[in-house]
Design a binder for this molecule. Structure first.
Ligand code: FAD
Length: 570
């Protein structure tokens, strides 16, 4: 059942308490409650996702930012970003970030998972072993416009029986036909990629957003997939909304710390977990909850007068995220759809179409194609700074061409490409806020504090310029607007530092490591190191970021974690 506040709960003792009804937490709560003998409580700080239009219409998700559905974070001024701060939205709603993300479903490369296995010593994280969990999450379905999808993806690498819908873009964008010609015109730099979810995502292919298809082109999230009425009606699953967890409490048994209950913000009721607590509050809030619970670096916690319960200096460290900027062109466009941003009639028509049959321009949240690219093997950047990628199947760069848009203040149209470094070397951190340790934490992304990242981004700009040299763009591109076409490398670096923002792909702040490692926060079975009763299951546990967008691996992590937890309580 669903409970709007803690007073409605019929008990305070459960077998499992899952903290955070986000991307990972919703999966875990669903899977654990498949066993009728387990009493499961899922606690979410935010409200329900149901009937929230902006969480349903794929293109509207940015409208959730800076509302009650967002934790509304801001990063600290970035040394590598000319001291700029960045907004860092995080979903505060059932489904978490999966209820308001950009819906790109990309698994990264097989090397990414194999490296997790290597650093943790657990072959369960290898691509071939995690793959069944990837499929278990996914239900691939035809796009809502019912177009012929042959040649647009490889069915053999997709799951048909999972809970979370994925599909191909259902609404062509105005540049799609031109983008599709680039692989034949520039096959060396941009080979055609049939399916970017095959484990070898190198080349240019169609993106796979996670949307509910066929007459229902609505966002598929962890909440719509794993917490639909069919599941929340289970008598052994309680979903408690609008309730913020403050900290996790422990006692000592035979000198071992056992985490067994939690404290709620603004309420004296203590909720008890007889078997395990699963912390799934996401890469920012998970380390915050841990540190407020005395789990972290002993000396740092002492500064906040927080008694140390478990000395784990890696908590909040290793924050890894992928920076992104744009290369902009003045372009020739006579397609009315390119005016949608400034034309309220077109916007109203698009919404009417979406409401009528869930098709039209609102069903796709962004670029329909992505190009993934490796720096050349003989690149001087790799020679000098090493290769942060997990292997030869792994891209360093992501390039996403987007359709033209118009701005009220300017004549004509602007088009171009979003470019990102997906294997950054820079690391940041999440630490507590001295004035209120339960308030907004200090988020330092550490962007461009490593030379590799800025040089790789310069290469991404140059690669995107190559892209637009394909003959197909001849009559479309008028001139390069930003950065200046003749900019020097030093000027490009300045451009990158002054324009890059975040992909919002933070991971790694409670990373897993080998059981005998002297760093890390959880063991490969996701149990907290050096104590019992607590596991962490969310984006925080990734030791390295995957070379794609993180939600697909977060789902796979949550599916595997659920099996690990279940099997230890058989
Ligand atoms: C705007 C945006 C766009 C993105 N676009 C993409 C994309 O296109 N593709 C992609 O793969 N990834 C994307 N991401 C990233 C991706 O969505 C996240 O990496 C992933 O969803 C994180 O999952 P999680 O389970 O770790 O955390 P979350 O999904 O954030 O879940 C954490 C949950 O815990 C709750 N919570 C936190 N603290 C507490 C507390 N103290 N008490 C109770 N509950 C609490 C939160 O409210 C939230 O519901 C995007 C993220 C954002 C914000």
């Amino acid at each position: 059942g669903i409970f709007q506040n803690i007073g409605q709960l019929t008990t305070t003792t459960y077998d499992f308490i899952v903290i955070g009804g986000g991307t990972a937490g919703s999966v875990v709560a669903n899977r654990l409650s498949e066993n009728e003998k387990f009493q499961v409580l899922l606690i979410e700080a935010g409200p329900t996702n149901e009937d929230v239009l902006n969480a349903m219409v794929p293109s509207f998700s940015v409208r959730l930012e800076q509302t009650i559905f967002d934790w509304n974070y801001t990063t600290v001024p970035g040394i590598g970003l000319n001291n700029r701060t960045l907004a860092y939205p995080r979903g505060r709603i059932l489904g978490g970030c999966s209820s308001h993300n950009a819906m790109f479903y990309t698994r990264g490369s097989m090397d990414d998972y194999n490296r997790w296995a290597e650093v943790t010593g657990d072959d369960g994280w290898e691509w071939k072993n995690i793959f069944p969990y990837i499929l278990k999450n996914e239900k691939w379905t035809p796009p809502s416009d019912k177009h012929d999808t042959r040649g647009e993806f490889n069915p053999s690498v997709h799951g048909l029986n999972g809970l979370m819908f994925t599909s191909l873009p259902a609404s062509p964008q105005t540049i799609d036909d031109m983008v599709l010609q680039v692989p034949s015109q520039l096959p060396d730099q941009f080979p055609f990629l049939l399916d970017m979810n095959s484990g070898r995502p190198l080349g240019l292919g169609k993106s796979t957003p996670s949307i509910i298809p066929i007459g229902n082109g609505t966002r598929s999230s962890s909440a719509t997939a794993y917490l639909s009425k069919m599941f929340t009606s289970r008598p052994n699953l309680h979903v408690l909304l609008n309730t913020k967890v403050k900290r996790i409490l422990s006692s000592k048994k035979d000198s071992v710390v056992v985490f067994n209950s939690i404290e709620i913000d603004g309420d004296m009721t203590k909720l008890v977990a007889e078997k395990e607590i699963i912390l799934s509050a996401g890469p920012i809030n998970t380390p915050q909850i841990l540190m407020n619970s005395g789990v972290g670096d002993r000396d740092s916690l002492a500064k906040f007068n927080i008694p140390s319960v478990l000395h784990l200096p890696s908590v909040g460290q290793n924050l890894t995220d992928q920076p992104i900027t744009t290369v902009l062109y003045s372009v020739n466009s006579n397609n009315p759809l390119d005016n949608i941003d400034t034309n309220s009639t077109l916007q109203a028509m698009a919404l009417a179409q979406w409401e009528f049959n869930r098709t039209g321009s609102l069903v796709d949240p962004g670029p329909n194609f992505i190009a993934w690219s490796r720096l050349p093997a003989n690149s001087s950047i790799i020679k000098e700074f090493g290769d942060p990628s997990a292997g030869q199947n792994t891209p360093h760069l992501e390039l996403a061409p987007f359709s033209a848009f118009s701005e009220p203040s300017q004549p004509g149209h602007t088009g171009g490409m979003a470019i990102a470094v997906v294997t950054p070397k820079s690391r940041g951190s999440v630490t507590l806020n001295g004035t209120d340790t339960f308030g907004k934490p200090i988020i330092d992304l550490g962007y461009f504090t490593e030379e590799f990242d800025i040089l790789a981004m310069v290469e991404a700009i140059k690669l995107s310029q190559e892209f637009y040299k394909a003959p197909v763009w001849k009559n479309y591109i008028i001139s390069q607007v930003a950065p200046a076409a003749n900019a020097t490398d030093t000027e490009l670096e300045q451009y990158i530092r002054s324009t890059s923002v975040t992909t919002l792909h933070g991971v790694g702040t409670a990373a897993m490591s080998a059981p005998n490692a002297d760093y890390g926060v959880v063991n490969p079975d996701l149990r907290i190191k050096g104590a019992s009763g607590l596991r962490i299951v969310d984006a925080s546990i990734m030791p390295f970021i995957n070379s794609g967008h993180p939600q697909a691996p977060v789902y796979a992590i949550a599916e595997r974690a659920s099996d690990l937890i279940k099997s230890s309580w058989m």
